[in-house]
Design a protein. Structure first.
Length: 302
């Protein structure tokens, strides 16, 4: 392994706190990563890492070296990014984390188009609803719904998705159909909370020009988008969800829209990435491509 690759490996080990995760992210064996760091330490004549059974962390020398390495590699990437050949033909690995529904219903069905445009970019994609630590997990960007809460990330809004409140015919037959948002207090709803954080999401409506939040009661809460819809389909309660996710169930009658006269403010969807990644040509072209994709699907932002 050359010194440039060894420095990239060293940075990833510190940011991810693990030889194994860093090695997997770079598609190299763990043994290769271990030998490369030992050789780097031998060349520098300094111990860079402290290893425990649970975590790897830098020594004082290692922390100082890490800060310098980050600056050097950032300068090098900036220099590469300025080359016209790199800008015109971005290459390398781009690591993405996508919300499951957006991955399977919007982005992945169109991903061949991205590959045809940029054949030298390799994609590594993880999917889920959990909150991702982009730096420590070595992820270049994420696509997420909701209002971003991490001010350390660059956030570019992709769309504002219309939402719908709905329930199964069985639930409505048993509990009745709410005619006004205030009647939600008399109903059951499926709760949704964010993984890793105790954040709950109320129903929202635009009433007399103001955004109003309401929290119906309920006996079940989930942290996964597919489970959220599944609970509604099986009569567990009302849900408020982007319309595109339940269009097929509304068309088939498996779910029924309620409170259609009270629109929601819409659910924002954004692409987020660390500030130090914003000049990367491969990230830049992905953000441009995915922005156009969402504009085509949901309409341009106003």
């Amino acid at each position: 392994m050359d010194k440039f690759d060894a420095l990239q490996l060293f940075i990833r080990i510190i940011e991810q706190g693990s030889f194994t995760r860093a090695a997997n992210g770079l598609n190299i064996p763990r043994a290769t990563a271990t030998l490369a760091i030992k050789e780097l330490e031998r060349q520098l004549g300094a111990r860079l890492l402290e290893r425990t059974t649970r975590r790897v962390r830098p020594t004082l020398d290692g922390q100082a070296f890490y800060e310098r390495c980050k600056a050097v590699l950032a300068d090098l990437e900036d220099a590469e990014s300025s080359l016209s050949t790199v800008v015109a033909n971005p290459r390398g690995t781009l690591r993405l984390d996508l919300h499951g529904t957006h991955a399977t219903r919007i982005i992945l069905p169109n991903i061949q188009d991205f590959h045809r445009r940029y054949p030298q970019i390799n994609l590594v994609i993880s999917c889920g609803d959990r909150l991702v630590d982009l730096v420590s997990e070595g992820v270049d960007c994420v696509v997420r719904a909701g209002n971003p809460r991490d001010s350390s990330l660059v956030a570019k809004r992709l769309a504002l998705m219309p939402e719908v409140v709905c329930a199964s015919p069985g639930y409505l037959a048993e509990h009745g159909t709410p005619m006004f948002p205030q009647q939600l207090a008399e109903h059951q709803a499926v709760g949704f909370f964010a993984s890793n954080h105790d954040i709950r999401y109320p129903f929202t409506f635009v009433i007399d020009g103001q955004v109003v939040e309401l929290e119906p009661g309920g006996w079940i809460s989930v942290n996964d988008a597919e489970s959220y819809c599944c609970c509604a389909l099986n009569g567990c309660g009302l849900i408020q969800v982007p319309r595109f996710r339940v269009e097929q169930y509304l068309a088939s009658g498996e779910l029924v829209e309620v409170l259609g006269g009270w629109p929601s403010p819409g659910l924002p969807i954004s692409v987020l990435y660390p500030y130090h990644r914003q000049l990367s040509p491969r990230l830049k072209v992905f953000v441009e491509w995915v922005s156009a994709l969402y504009a085509e699907r949901f309409g341009p932002l106003t």
